[in-house]
Design a protein around this ligand. Structure first.
Ligand code: GTP
Length: 330
């Protein structure tokens, strides 16, 4: 296998399942109409948006029930679109994960914003996440304004409800409902699981009647290599300085099965040699720890023992260089 970059692809619809493509549905369902008396089959795309740290990735993980999107207690770590498919008997919800909109300072920043906007214009349902424990602010108003132009159904999701009492939650729900024209306002806690299923039901209700878009056994369209690269990147980000997250990219170069063992060779890209030193740590001790952490998660993902070989490489100023960005999958 050759290296697939950690970055997600821009095309967020599967060729076989495209509703507008005229082809047969991937799952073989003939139509969205269903039998008389039965609710129609619904399928479509949804994403969560919101200011950094609003809890989008954690919520995505809680819904999917497996660790796919990156979560971190630092803002702006979700960079790649990672799609997961949630199957139910009468519906299929395809979740895409977007990074936050932010003031672009580099070419990467601009591309990220383009990516966010192009995702927004493709989905059927958008959940605007606003934390229950922080006042509604300028960032929320800005995003609400941007969303107002779209054809998608926009609902507000008040996240992290476990962090506030009932009174505070009621006040927040009121403040959020005054923020814009939302189809719904749904409180949820990804950590306690409270209302997570309800949120999925509500979102699904706004999906269009449609044939199934993906086969039944599909959890995520992204290949294992992408998930593995994300896990390595997440481990490499733990405990490093705030400015580093956007400077790290991971490419899985090779995966070689050897009996019960999977050998994985991956490159961790940084922009400058000073950053390389940070990632490596004293006598490469930090990189070793990154390897241990990532390996444990990858073993869980693959269900086999893993040998993980990590190399830190400097790709000078990769965030500003279109060729490097392309190589790294942006
Ligand atoms: N208590 C509590 N904490 C949460 C909940 N959801 C998320 N968090 C925490 O909030 C922080 C941010 O969560 P993320 O899911 O990474 O937020 P995000 O919106 O994806 O952040 P960006 O990637 O920066 O856009 C993390 O420390 C999470 O553990 C929740 O329901 N309850």
């Amino acid at each position: 296998m050759t290296g697939r970059p950690a970055a997600g692809r821009r095309d967020s619809r599967p060729a076989a399942g495209r509703r507008d493509g005229g082809g047969a549905a991937a799952g073989g369902r003939a139509s969205g109409g269903g039998e008389p008396g039965k609710p129609p089959y619904r399928a479509g795309f949804a994403c969560f948006v919101g200011r950094p740290n609003a809890g989008k990735s954690t919520l995505t993980n809680a819904i999917i029930g497996t660790k796919i999107a990156i979560t971190s207690n630092k803002p702006q770590t979700t960079r790649h679109i990672i799609r997961a498919v949630l199957h139910r008997p009468e519906s299929q919800l395809v979740l895409v994960d977007t990074p936050g909109l932010h003031r672009p300072r580099t070419l990467l920043g601009e591309r990220l914003n383009d990516l966010v906007r192009s995702t927004w214009s493709e989905v059927d349902v958008i959940g605007l996440c606003i934390p229950a424990n922080e006042p509604v602010g300028r960032g929320d108003r800005f995003i609400t304004g941007e969303l107002a132009e779209l054809k998608a159904t926009v609902m507000a999701v008040v996240t992290k409800t476990d962090l506030v009492d009932k009174r505070r939650l009621a006040e927040q729900l009121l403040a959020v409902s005054k923020l814009g024209e939302f189809a719904e306002v749904v409180p949820v806690s990804a950590v306690s699981g409270h209302q997570v299923d309800t949120l999925v039901d509500v979102m699904t209700g706004y999906l269009p009647e449609s044939p199934q878009l993906y086969p039944d056994d599909m959890l995520t369209e992204d290949p294992e290599q992408v998930l593995i690269a994300e896990m390595i990147r997440e481990a490499a980000l733990e405990g490093v300085r705030d400015e580093l997250p956007h400077s790290i990219a991971v490419v899985v170069e090779e995966m070689i099965p050897e009996g019960q063992l999977m050998k994985i060779y991956a490159d961790v890209y940084v922009e400058r040699s000073s950053q390389k030193a940070i990632v490596l740590g004293h006598q490469a001790s930090r990189l070793k720890q990154v390897g241990i952490t990532a390996r444990q998660q990858i073993e869980e993902l693959l269900g086999t023992r893993v040998y993980l070989d990590l190399h830190v490489r400097v790709a000078k100023e990769w965030q500003r260089d279109p060729n490097q960005l392309r190589k790294l999958g942006f």
